[in-house]
Design a protein. Sequence first.
Length: 394
Amino acid sequence: MGLNPEKLRKDFPILDTKVKGRPIIYMDSACQTLRPIQVINKINEYYNEYPVCGDRSQHKLGKRVDEEIAKARKIFRKFFNAKHSEEFIFTKNTTESINIIANALKFKPGDAVLCSDKEHNSNLLQWQIKKDIKHNIFEFGNIEDFKSKLTKNTRLVSVVHTSNMDGTSNPIKEMIKIAHDNESLVLIDGAQSAPHREINLKKLDADFFACSGHKMLGPSGTGLLFGKKEQLENLNPFLVGGGTVEESTYTTHHWEPLPNRIEPGLQNYAGIIGLGEAVHYLDKIRLKNIQKHEANLNKKATDALGDVVDLISKDQERAGIFSFNIKNLTPHNIAIMLDNSANIMIRSGAHCVHSWFNKHNMTGSARASFYFYNTEEEIDIFIEEIKKLRKHLT
Ligand SMILES: Cc1ncc(COP(=O)(O)O)c(C=O)c1O
């Protein structure tokens, strides 16, 4: 059974908002999705009913937090089909998840990290500033180039799954297999794939997988770092402190088992519990349905506007991302005009992928990103407004 956006939209209070008598049309979900009432209620439940810390207190409220956190971790395990709940580390976003690996993975001088040429800054800068390792780059999506850049020194392949810039995807299953045959570890930046397609971690066999809660209906400032148990256990201590050790003396310490040893200090309990509810919600509507719905919307926009705008990618599969330019208009101008004319909210700029735009002598793009709560009618309005914009220019 497919999904019913009209019915699901009722779960999103923000979608009742009207500006100048017109509804808002939110097409910036690649940045942050909207949140359903179930997630908002879950966050409120934490603050109203058990607003205390987890994993420390023996009292009833503390125990309730522990139960809710354990529940959330189980939801993540099931959703991503991982082996163990403790393979999920709570972070504040994809950026932090990747930084943990960049700083905690045991590198030796001469090691190399291989990334694509379409990485978000959060999977680029860590490797640029890291001393003693080489940072190599292959052309996104190009398996032959990927193979040719993989060397015996490649300790880690750190690669984006779906690009936030144009919605295209790397063939990561194939890449993971090739990397493992080369004895390289693999970290997947799943910020734009986890919310939009099924991720089966057992089948994919990635060593690490990073994603952001706020891009998948969760509270802002939430993220996950998945790591295979043996890989997480093998990381160097990086962020350490309260909750990461079972005990310590003035000169010694004894680490806690996973996941605690990688989750220092008090956590964003409301965020984690809210993210559990968000992932449960996504699981119920099924990622396959979301993927199909987004593809339909994107096809409709592409069929109508493919010759009207300059698309960054004409690839058939671009998830829910429609990234484009219009001659003689800057991306920011396009975004402001759409917002002013019809409350259409899109993103504009370099989308933190400056490196790719620089390579192609471009400054950026306008990017509409659709999710399951977007409707065909909204796409019709988007098409109409873009055509009007274009007409004014000629
Ligand atoms: C592909 C990709 N990677 C990483 C990030 C960084 O995510 P966050 O800002 O949540 O850390 C984003 C955010 O847009 C992204 O789209």
